[in-house]
Ligand binder design. Structure first.
Ligand code: ADP
Ligand code: ADP
Length: 229
């Protein structure tokens, strides 16, 4: 079984006000292998966030099928959702909570029993052990992003999905975030990320799907794909 498998996934946003209806996904089919570090590369408006938001249960697809870790998102939406951790683009953290509190809260939301919580290990994994008791408002942008990654991992999902993890981030911080993503992948997590930076996909991902205008226009192992560009 694949980590994520979608067949002929389509999404049309309804027209509202003056905005016409928008066909954001026009029949996407992909199989993301277990253990891979998989990049969805494409320009703004290509449909990357829509794809991720459908997997996250945040947007309803119009048609097609999607399975996460073998679980159909229509047949068992909660189980499917439990199999992924999602790091959204926005850093939406309560400023007056500490990393340790935020991770404990998130673990509670996901029903992770106290004895099974990995709060300390997660803080360590994202390099925030020293900041475990600092208010989120005092953390740098990079620390907040890493905290968002830890938050998405509290229920130990086999698949981690990151939406534009380094958009608007400086070079140094980008390298650091890449290192953390690589470590998580080496530790066994399947990682799916979206990006509009070719360099990011090239450096980080073993497989790349290029998305444009709601369609997959190319998909291959990174080295093969780069040869054809
Ligand atoms: P649907 O009802 O088809 O599932 P959503 O509930 O996801 O659509 O979207 C509701 C509304 O949010 C859209 O009709 C649109 O007006 C607005 N909207 C949110 N984000 C965007 C965006 N990036 N571009 C255009 N409209 C947006
Ligand atoms: P990307 O993440 O690749 O930038 P998106 O999935 O955000 O692409 O958007 C794909 C297309 O769908 C864009 O044209 C965008 O404006 C439109 N869109 C995204 N969200 C909504 C929404 N809620 N309502 C209407 N249109 C939307």
């Amino acid at each position: 079984d694949a980590a994520v498998e979608v067949r002929d996934l389509r999404k049309t946003y309804k027209a509202s006000g003056k905005a016409p209806a928008k066909e954001a996904l026009k029949g996407i089919s992909l199989a993301i292998p277990r253990g891979s570090l998989y990049g969805l590369l494409g320009p703004n408006g290509a449909g990357k966030s829509t794809f991720i938001n459908i997997l996250a249960g945040l947007v309803n697809k119009t048609s097609g099928t999607a399975r996460i870790w073998g679980i159909d998102i229509d047949q068992a939406p909660r189980s499917a959702r439990a199999a992924i951790g999602v790091v959204p683009q926005e850093l939406n953290l309560d400023p007056f909570f500490t990393p340790r509190e935020l991770l404990d809260l998130q673990a509670g939301l996901y029903g992770v029993p106290k004895a099974e919580r990995q709060t300390e290990r997660l803080l360590e994994a994202v390099g925030l052990k020293d900041k475990a008791n600092a208010y989120a408002r005092t953390l740098s942008g990079g620390m907040r992003r890493r905290l968002m990654v830890a938050k998405a991992m509290v229920h130990a999902p086999p698949v981690l999905v990151l939406d534009e993890p380094t958009a608007g981030v400086d070079v140094e911080l980008r390298q650091m975030l890449w290192a953390h993503v690589r470590d998580l992948n080496k530790a066994g997590t399947t990682v799916v990320l979206t990006t509009h930076y070719l360099e990011e996909a090239q450096e980080l991902c073993d497989t790349i799907a290029i998305v444009n205008h709601g369609q997959v226009v190319a998909c291959d192992a990174t080295e093969n794909l780069l040869r054809t560009l």
